[in-house]
Design a protein around this ligand. Structure first.
Ligand code: FES
Length: 161
């Protein structure tokens, strides 16, 4: 939070104004401020006042959250803007293009998981060898081909004997 600028306080927004105009709860405005996404100034009466650009910053945050971008990623993206400025239309084009790629990757991963889950429906084996969801990295294959689990189990049993 910065110090109060006394010149054009009438042009600044209260926390209630920001919440109403951006369509978020007042607690969300406080949260975004506490996390450094937006900044406020202080009035002569020590009340928070926001410049109008916070509305655009909150719009960017809400859209990004809607498509599942983490707050950490949003913060990183916003902090990469020169002097922490509010995203311009050109900035938003770049950010949305980057997040489109992330969204495409997540959709591809979820689609693959859905297909693997479909294989499980009606199965119930939860086998390390057969179930791709149970053994997503196919960890046993790193030990070589063939029935690795059975070899490992018999090797362990031989060591005990
Ligand atoms: S439970 Fe059998 S393949 Fe997943």
């Amino acid at each position: 939070m910065s110090k109060f600028l006394s010149d054009d306080a009438s042009h600044r927004l209260t926390v209630g104004d920001v919440a109403k105009r951006s369509g978020v709860a007042i607690s969300a405005v406080h949260f975004y401020e506490s996390k450094g996404f937006i900044k406020s100034l202080r009035s002569a009466g020590n009340q928070r006042r926001f410049s109008r650009d916070v509305l655009r910053r909150i719009a960017v945050i809400k859209v990004a959250q809607r498509i599942g971008i983490s707050l950490a990623s949003i913060k990183t993206a916003l902090s990469e803007l020169p002097e922490g400025r509010t995203p311009t239309a050109a900035d938003w084009k770049k950010l949305s293009a980057r997040w489109r790629v992330e969204l495409d990757d997540r959709i591809a991963n979820l689609t693959e998981l859905r297909e693997q889950l479909t294989d499980c429906i009606g199965c119930g084996c939860l086998s390390l060898e057969a179930c791709k969801l149970r053994n997503p990295l196919d960890e046993l294959s790193e030990r070589g081909s063939g029935p690795r689990l059975m070899r490992f189990e018999s090797q362990t049993q031989n060591e005990k004997e």
